[in-house]
Design a protein around this ligand. Sequence first.
Ligand code: UD1
Length: 426
Amino acid sequence: MDKIIVKGGQTKLQGEVEIEGAKNAVLPLLAATLLASEGEVVLTNVPILSDVFMMNNLVDHLGTSISFDQEAKKIIAKANSEIKTTAPYEYVSKMRASIVVMGPILAINGQARVSMPGGCSIGSRPIDLHLRGFEQMGATITQNAGYIEAKADKLKGAHIYLDFPSVGATQNLILAATLAEGVTTLENAAREPEIVDLANLLNKMGANVKGAGTDTIIIKGVEKMHGAKHSVVQDRIEAGTFMVAAAMTQGDVLIKDAIAEHNRPLISKLSEMGVNFTQEETGLRVVGPEKLKATSVKTLPHPGFPTDMQSQMAAAQAIAAGESVMVETVFENRFKHLEEMRRMGLEVDITRNTALIQGNSNLQGAAVKSTDLRASAALILLGLVAKGQTTVRRLSHLDRGYYKFHEKLKALGADIVRVKDEDGEE
Ligand code: UD1
């Protein structure tokens, strides 16, 4: 595997950066393509990421023929009137998001057998809300030899209240409900922009989904669905990561076509820290101050501060003036990157889900390892400002969610290279 070497301390990022389509949007969109019984679903603005390849393989295995034109960033998913019932271990084990194929398989086949999903190790991440929703729609759930099996002669619309607005459960239940008999109401549903993107595609495919983006989503089951064309929404987390990068480096970066609406909590916190934002015709300009101010952040479901920006924001807090607070309420055990940052001289007190971060303008470059997808970006950002050289390993995490991250940073002026890791580390 490769490693990234970044030389920090001087860089002031400058220029323009283009943002890809959202990984977290495209994965459920690919699952949605299973629901079409005829035609082609054409997805454009598709990010070229390892998670997307994994989902392509899974969906293709299940029966939809996938072709990915990487140059055009376009996927053509050709519908098949039949799909398989089992999502096997080798396709599902590496990526938790693959659980969202369960809703479509169950809706179409009346039964689904899905290997317990894997993914980033950030807390226990159960799927009880998905399964309870399917049960309320009439399915019987059993667990057998590492597989979850669901059976229902015909899924029936139901009134489902989610204890927590889980993104994946909301997506899975919407997908299942599109072809169920009758009306499904999801209460306390997730409101993330990626949910809206999913509903938009489904409606183009002939589904009847209303209320996406609010906490009550109503899905009227339809008989069948067909092909459609759809451009994937912009990746707000990638955009947000570059906002933090500009903020940390006294940079001046135009985030092309940034959708500020999707990043309100981040923009609000960064503004509090002294960062300047200007909406321009072609994007959002982000100008970092000479010294960031400390701040308190608490992650929450959308429209609260996103947990997927927690580690990048912690990197900014690590160099701010004074003590900052980070409270993680969405996932357990999502502070592993702070341990890595300690290698660079960060002083941080962690008590359960709260980290007290002492801002330090004298961090030193070090050898660190990505501990999850977003942590990988956060460590690289900290490397941009730490003195000397930082080496970031375990880039398989980075490649799941960031396309050409180091090249984009380099184009903005960073001193960064990606090279083969001769030590043979992953
Ligand atoms: C999605 C995103 C991920 C992001 C997360 C929260 C994708 C592919 N991934 O993940 O990047 O960090 O939303 O914004 O879109 N939970 C349960 N029971 C369930 C489901 C979830 O207890 O049945 C808990 C989880 O353990 C976690 C919290 O709810 O603590 C949030 O999970 P969820 O919103 O489901 O996240 P994902 O869909 O897995």
